[in-house]
Design a protein around this ligand. Structure first.
Ligand code: PMP
Length: 522
């Protein structure tokens, strides 16, 4: 079978930094495995006695997996399932008792949850190498900090997308690491641009070694919404093999890959709701993990977007050498994830089953499709939106409403209809903006940033809040950010949270603010 053709991971231990090489097993944690041996009387561990935990039983009412029917919210407020955990379970129950779930464990955490995820990964993501391992963590924020402390040294360059997730940079910048940005277009980072950065690396000019780590958000990228195609993923993976680069794929939006946006008049029937989990799996672009025949991908999985961020639960999927070192780090940094989270998520997933979880994420994806459409419909309503010319890094260009035919007009921004996730990214063209033109005429330094700050404030006065694009600009070193080219500004809009009505009003307010800033008279 194909399974037999898949190789084991190669030894990439030369990527480990001094810190992670030097870690030794936490002496206390090592004892736990012996405590589990039959017949062992443990006078060793400082474990609190579970009879002294004040919790007796746990009951959590949850939805059935088919509850999300694609209308943007649960179809029925009633819950169909109840999860239980007792302090001391009976022998017939497979679930984790409270007395075990709240006790100290190895830093690997719940075996039952880990094996569910191991099987899920094998069946659904189908890693390209056979000896992948699962290690639970507290979500992708925790995971990324552990990856950086696994691989990076002070002064290292890290390959990042041209617009990148700010919290990921805020972690390594104070440690003295530096960003090496890779150019993007509407499909994410461009393989040739990655090749150029790596192939053309000049240590003397850069004052540092060629990057050995690529951090990216391959699906519904935060902030741009771009999703890498399979061809690009293959090309990027090959380049990383060529230059011996480890790929960290931070992929919280993987299951939220959406069908192409169609304007309301072309959208006769919602087909999205009819998609089965099997069809969804066919539709999803395979992960870097799937393409990885060497074990050079560290995949970060989180339940934040599928089951709720407050679970603070996620997991690494990576090669055994990295997994072992990450576990050593977990022992001294965090230990295993919180017991309550593990009990509840484990019970939920094992009760739903793999099919059920896939059903849930299919419904979730339908719900975000509907939300995406709310925002795009409003943009199409309050702006005149036309196809972008070939070569522009966006699907469409937005003009102020009713002004294209009036002759003298200019586009105000361009964007792509999101094909995934929660965000829509707009690129403003400032060249015809009178406020910006006056700033330039007055010779103002950094006019784009000043203009964007003022525009953002005028949006806030109009009671609509966006994220300034500058938050996502790569950090080149602790006191320097990448320079943006030309008369442009970026903003990120999220359609994940507000109601249909509020998204509609929000975009209307935004359109008015554009009109005012461009000094169009009604
Ligand atoms: N990475 C990316 C790209 C994200 O968008 C987010 C959530 N905004 C996170 C990480 C944080 O995820 P978690 O809640 O799992 O820490």
């Amino acid at each position: 079978s194909q399974e037999n053709l898949r190789p084991k991971s190669i030894d990439l231990s030369h990527h480990l930094n001094t810190l992670s090489r030097s870690r030794v097993p936490s002496p206390l944690k090592d004892i736990i495995k012996y405590m589990r041996e039959p017949g062992m009387i443990s006078l060793a561990g400082g474990l609190p006695h579970p009879s002294l935990f004040p919790y007796h039983s746990l009951r959590v009412d949850v939805y059935t997996p088919d509850t999300l029917d694609g209308h943007g919210q649960p179809s029925d407020a009633s819950t169909g399932l109840t999860l239980h955990s007792e302090k001391y379970g009976d022998r017939d129950r497979t679930g984790t008792d409270i007395s075990t779930g709240l006790q100290y464990t190895t830093s690997k955490g719940s075996e039952r949850l880990s094996s569910f995820l191991q099987k899920f990964t094998k069946d659904v993501l189908r890693p390209g190498f056979t000896d992948f391992e699962i290690l639970l963590n507290f979500g992708n924020t925790d995971a990324w900090s552990k990856v950086v402390s696994l691989l990076c040294e002070q002064g290292d360059y890290i390959l990042v997308e041209e617009h990148t997730y700010p919290s990921s940079q805020a972690l390594w910048a104070p440690m003295g690491c530096r960003g090496a940005p890779v150019q993007m277009d509407k499909d994410g980072i461009i393989p040739q641009a990655l090749e150029q950065v790596l192939g053309g690396w000049n240590e003397a000019v850069k004052g540092g070694k060629r990057p050995r780590l690529l951090y990216l958000i391959p699906v519904a990228q935060n902030p741009t919404g771009a999703t890498l195609t399979l061809e690009r993923k293959k090309a990027i993976y090959d380049i990383c093999v060529k230059y011996d680069v480890v790929i960290c794929e931070d992929d919280p939006y993987y299951f939220l890959q959406l069908p192409a946006y169609l304007p309301p008049e072309q959208r006769a029937v919602r087909i999205a709701t009819e998609m089965t989990p099997e069809e969804l799996l066919e539709f999803l672009v395979p992960t870097f993990l799937h393409l990885d025949w060497q074990g050079r991908v560290i995949r970060l999985e989180t339940f934040s977007k599928t089951l709720g961020p407050g679970n603070r639960l996620g997991y690494f999927i990576c090669n055994p050498i990295f997994a072992e070192r990450l576990q050593r780090a977990s022992e001294v940094m965090t230990q295993a994830p919180a017991g309550w989270s593990q009990i509840i998520v484990e019970e939920l997933l094992c009760t739903w089953g793999q099919e059920g979880f896939l059903r849930w994420v299919t419904g979730l994806r339908d719900s975000y499709t509907v939300r995406r459409d709310w925002m795009c419909d409003s943009l199409v309503e309050f702006f005149d939106v036309v196809s972008a010319p070939e070569g522009l890094a966006a699907d469409v260009i937005a003009y102020p409403k009713g002004r294209i035919s009036a002759g003298k007009t200019a586009p105000v921004f361009s964007f792509s209809y999101p094909k995934g996730g929660m965000f829509l990214w707009i690129k403003l063209d400032l060249s015809q903006n009178p406020v910006y033109q006056r700033m330039k005429a007055n010779g103002e330094a950094n006019a784009e940033q000043k203009w964007a700050d003022e525009f953002w404030m005028s949006m806030i006065r109009a009671k609509v809040l966006l994220v300034p694009g500058s938050y996502y600009t790569p950090i080149l070193s602790n006191d320097q950010r990448m320079k943006q080219d030309g008369a442009v500004a970026y903003f990120r809009l999220a359609y994940s949270l507000e109601s249909r009505e509020d998204i509609h009003v929000g975009i209307q307010r935004m359109a008015r603010t554009f009109d005012e800033s461009w000094e169009f008279r009604k």
